[in-house]
Design a protein around this ligand. Structure first.
Ligand code: ADP
Length: 568
């Protein structure tokens, strides 16, 4: 038993408890892990939208190139260059102003005397476009960053760091990678065929796209973009994927941190405190795609629910381990007890066989010697033989029936019979044996027959078992009563067969256990009374197969009373 207990502790209980402990430990971090996962998920959404916005602007640049080529296909390049502002604004709504600059830095369009927008453009940008002034520009070369050494007079990278706001998702916000570089227009465009420039003029963002036709590299065409229109076109890109739409609002923040477009128009928040944010790129410097939780408490709530669910699972696991473990231990104990009882059973049965055999041998020797000549005595001896053989038969029947019962092969032949007659026959068979041992058997019968549907042999076996027990456990007081009476109960009319003795009685608490297979009360074991522990098990099994029951009752003045109740 101890070995099995150790194996159980080492192989099942120990590892399960260790696992459960690890689960509880990880449980405490679960909320943080969940929030991290959510942050990462929403960060990915913002990164994706930022990429889409950048791709959208890149596509507008390609579109601009196509517009220029279309104009060049219609007219002479210099004519197109001179009239570029007017021509472009007419065909491309995204253009605020169109400009054309020659390789020598001469600004041929827009006209200094044109629309107010054209005039403003010339005033603001002439010296930069004609390479007389270096300005700070956010810019990305189509072939990657041009080494600063190629930019004459370049002052070097200036990084304006975006300080992450404090808040739940502040950790998801990336520091700004944006760098402005200072140079003249010619240096920025180099030999490239197209590009995007962004610069701040009086704190206002200006976005340019430029293009140089392969057929005429002498003129660079460009456009200042209408930002409000661009923002409007970007709005559809801000929608997060459908499953995330109830959770997060995606907003496009300008360089001042104000939302210029958002996925949920009715939603407002402290725009400076996004849950996650991603920069867009050089085309829209310091603009961000920011994500805001629509229902911030839901995240904590979901995290708590997750923790609670996992906690419950761990508890269930513990409970299962506990219940499973105790069931296993209980079953083990039962198996061990059964094994011990089976071992006892073999020695008990051998002992019980020996007692009647000794009597039979003794009396048969006396008769064989011819020393007993009195016919009365001879008859008594023969009756003793009959009684002892009946006991032997009973024991052997008990063992055989039990093994049949175990294999599920035991079957009863139920037929109408008079239980009074069966009981009388059994009593008369047992009487000589009992009286020879000094017992006084008092039988009380009802008037007339009492019919039940029963297997005669099985019923006789039950009565004989009860009588045999009354004899074995009677001790000094040698009075046995056998009573048969009709009774009326809830289930209808029944018959009660009582076997009463004034013997040692059944110890308290064992009233039901004595009906278990092989079970023998400690008293009967220690006092050396032979027995197999099967008599009552079989009696109960037979009673139940007949639709009845058998149980024990303590007698108030001492002794036992076994009651067999069968339906009439
Ligand atoms: P056994 O062969 O041991 O008598 P049983 O199944 O007939 O087996 O009885 C089980 C146990 O019940 C006995 O060992 C004994 O302890 C107890 N018992 C049965 N009948 C009596 C009785 N009449 N008086 C006291 N104890 C009894």
């Amino acid at each position: 038993m101890r070995k099995i207990a150790w194996i159980f502790v080492v192989s099942v209980l120990g590892p399960s408890l260790a696992l459960a402990w690890l689960a509880v430990r990880s449980l405490s971090n679960q909320e943080i892990v969940f929030e991290r996962q959510q942050t990462l998920l929403y960060q990915n959404v913002c990164n994706g939208v930022a990429k889409d916005v950048m791709a959208f602007i890149e596509n507008r640049k390609i579109e601009f190139g196509r517009q220029v080529e279309a104009l060049l296909a219609l007219k002479n390049p210099m004519t197109v260059a001179r009239q570029f502002d007017a021509l472009l604004v007419e065909v491309w709504p995204l253009a605020q102003v169109g400009f054309a600059v020659t390789a020598d830095g001469e600004v041929v369009s827009p006209s200094l005397f044109g629309r107010p927008d054209s005039r403003r453009f010339r005033l603001e940008n002439d010296s930069f476009l004609s390479n007389q002034e270096s300005v700070e520009v956010y810019w990305k070369s189509p072939k990657g960053d041009i080494p600063l050494s190629q930019l004459d007079g370049a002052k070097g990278d200036k990084f304006r760091k975006v300080t992450p706001e404090k808040g739940a998702g502040a950790e998801g916000k990336v520091p700004s990678r944006m760098s402005a570089q200072e140079a003249e227009f010619k240096q920025f465009i180099g030999n490239a065929s197209d590009g995007i420039l962004a610069r701040f003029l009086q704190n206002k963002l200006k976005l340019w796209m430029w293009y140089r036709s392969p057929g005429n590299t002498q003129v660079v065409f460009g456009a200042e973009i209408k930002l409000p229109l661009l923002q409007e076109s970007l709005r559809p890109l801000l929608q997060p994927e459908r499953p995330l739409q109830p959770d997060i609002c995606v907003a496009l923040l300008d360089d001042t941190g104000k939302p210029v477009a958002r996925s949920h128009p009715e939603f407002t928040a402290d725009w400076k405190r996004p849950f996650v944010a991603a920069e867009i790129g050089e085309a829209l410097p310091h603009w961000e795609v920011a994500g805001y939780l629509l229902n911030p408490t839901r995240l904590t709530h979901s995290a708590r629910t997750l923790t609670l669910t996992l906690g419950l699972l761990v508890c269930v696991l513990w409970l299962a381990i506990g219940v499973g473990g105790s069931l296993l231990v209980a079953d083990l104990r039962r198996q061990l007890r059964l094994t011990r009882q089976k071992t006892d059973f073999v020695s008990n049965v051998s002992h019980e066989l020996k007692t009647p055999l000794t009597s039979i041998r003794m009396f048969s020797e006396l008769l064989a010697d011819g020393r007993v000549t009195d016919p009365g005595k001879q008859r008594t001896y023969l009756q003793v033989f009959a009684g002892e053989t009946a006991l032997l038969t009973l024991l052997i029947n008990n063992v055989l029936d039990f093994s049949r019962m175990e294999r599920g092969e035991k079957q009863y032949r139920l037929e109408p019979c008079d239980i009074g007659q069966i009981a009388r026959e059994v009593a008369e068979t047992a009487r000589p044996h009992l009286e020879a041992r000094g017992f006084h058997l008092i039988a009380e019968w009802p008037d007339g027959p009492v019919h039940v549907r029963a297997d005669r042999d099985a019923l006789a076996q039950v009565i004989l078992n009860l009588l045999s027990n009354a004899e074995k456990y009677s001790g000094e007081s040698k009075e046995i009563r056998l009573q048969l009476r009709r009774a009326r109960g809830v289930g209808g009319e029944s018959v009660e067969l009582r076997v009463l003795d004034r013997g040692i009685g059944v110890p308290a608490g064992l009233e039901e256990r004595i009906f278990e297979q092989f079970y023998r009360a400690d008293d009967s074991l220690s006092s050396g009374i032979p027995g197999s522990g099967l008599g009552l098990t079989l009696a109960r099994q037979i009673a139940r197969s007949h639709g009845g029951e058998i149980h024990f009752e303590r007698r108030s003045e001492g002794g036992s009373c076994f009651i067999l109740r069968l339906p009439i």
